[in-house]
Design a protein around this ligand. Structure first.
Ligand code: AMP
Length: 279
């Protein structure tokens, strides 16, 4: 039973595959798709705005994909704000929203046999076992159903962009992939649904991450890297990784070349934060 049809009459809201299927058939060839897990913020809206610029119909999905969580505690604590999400999407004049259940996304006929590219085995792939398989499985299910013209992802999840971009080259070469730059708060902290779980003080502390990324981008060598690691740790953030890497392979590259990216993952107040900066 659709809950929010009344106040959002212009924006279509679909709760089942079968209802969405008709909409997708009617709009085939014109759909720009933005997959999300909800608890939407201004960073997500940058993706919506980029999708809208193309003049196509914008479809946003809200689905907390259980398959991509390696940690049940993280899944349990993942923020949910459906009413706020729908209001934000309406303000941004999104054409349609898809809010499926796990049963609808993972029915027998949507089993994906998508193999992960090598770049999925390092960093997030190593620290969050099964994460990227969950990501490509849900996207494969969505793409078969929606058949979008193009899709939009955030640079905030750089490795996700690398993994998804490569899997799309192999399995969905007709769908256009777009990466949108990371949107940040004034302090430099990247917008993230997980920031909601940080205290005011934690948000201030977390701004050290971007300061360090920026500083390493401007001047990279091994001693600067260990200096920035110390600063982040001293601020109270537990580092999982802070490293300079090559792209698109995402292998460690400690050379002083102005190529690749600096990537970060770590914990603050029990919240896992990731960020990156491109050279
Ligand atoms: P999520 O809901 O966290 O799965 O994110 C959905 C999409 O929004 C992903 O492609 C993210 O990379 C993107 N995204 C999340 N935060 C930001 C941000 N601060 N700037 C740009 N894109 C973002």
């Amino acid at each position: 039973m659709p809950l929010f049809v009344g106040p959002y009459e212009k924006m279509r809201i679909f709760y089942t595959r079968s209802k969405l299927e008709n909409f997708c058939k009617e709009s085939q060839g014109r759909l720009s798709f933005v997959p999300t897990m909800g608890a939407l913020h201004d960073g997500h809206m940058k993706l919506v705005q980029a999708a809208k610029k193309e003049g196509s119909l914008v479809l946003v999905s809200i689905f907390i994909n259980p398959k991509q969580f390696n940690n049940l505690n993280d899944l349990d604590k993942y923020p949910v704000n459906l009413i706020g999400d729908l209001s934000l999407l309406k303000q941004n004049e999104v054409d349609a929203v898809f809010i499926p259940t796990a049963n609808d996304v993972y029915s027998e006929d949507t089993n994906s046999n998508v193999e992960l590219p090598n770049v999925a085995s390092v960093w997030e792939g190593a620290f969050r076992e099964g994460h990227f398989q969950g990501v490509v499985d849900v996207l494969s299910s969505f793409y078969h159903l929606i058949k979008p013209k193009q899709v939009f992802f955030g640079q905030k999840d750089l490795q996700q962009c690398m993994v998804v971009g490569e899997m799309m080259n192999t399995y969905f070469p007709n769908i256009e992939f777009n990466m949108v730059p990371t949107h940040r708060e004034k302090s430099g902290l990247a917008y993230s649904s997980r920031n909601e779980r940080l205290s005011e003080e934690g948000r201030n502390t977390a701004s050290q991450i971007f300061k360090s990324l920026n500083s390493l981008k401007n001047n990279f060598n091994e001693s600067c890297l260990s200096e920035e690691r110390k600063k982040i740790t001293k601020a109270g953030i537990e580092i999982e990784y802070l490293e300079k890497i090559s792209l698109p392979e995402m292998q460690v590259d400690r050379s002083c070349s102005n190529q690749g990216a600096i990537i970060f993952a770590g914990y603050l107040e029990g919240v896992r934060l990731i960020d990156n900066i491109l050279f």
